[in-house]
Design a protein. Structure first.
Length: 100
């Protein structure tokens, strides 16, 4: 995927995996309804046995979310209707967006 540079005030253009993150915080309110900004990192964090998988992993930023602090660089993983927000839109429209 393409490499995208993000900074404070940017809207994330696609679902991306961070490869660099310098104090990055993102507003994920559009996805999760969470009013607080979420800290992001480029470090991989493996889940422990029995631990539930996170809805929004710490090393991922998602299309349509705003960068509220810091700067980073990410590799595009999904675009358009394949993004998390695109799949939500498909579900709302009644399409079969739940399949991968």
């Amino acid at each position: 995927g393409d490499v995208v540079i993000l900074g404070t005030g940017d809207v994330v253009p696609a679902d991306m995996r961070l490869i660099e993150a310098d104090d990055v915080k993102v507003s994920e309110m559009a996805l999760t309804g969470e009013p607080d900004d979420v800290a992001k990192t480029s470090k991989l964090k493996f889940k422990k046995p029995g631990e539930p998988e996170k809805l929004t992993p710490e090393n991922m930023v998602f299309s349509g979310c705003s960068v509220t602090n810091g700067k980073g660089k990410g590799i595009v993983c999904e675009t358009g209707m394949s993004t998390r927000i695109g799949r939500i839109a498909q579900l709302i429209a009644g399409e079969d967006g739940g399949k991968q």
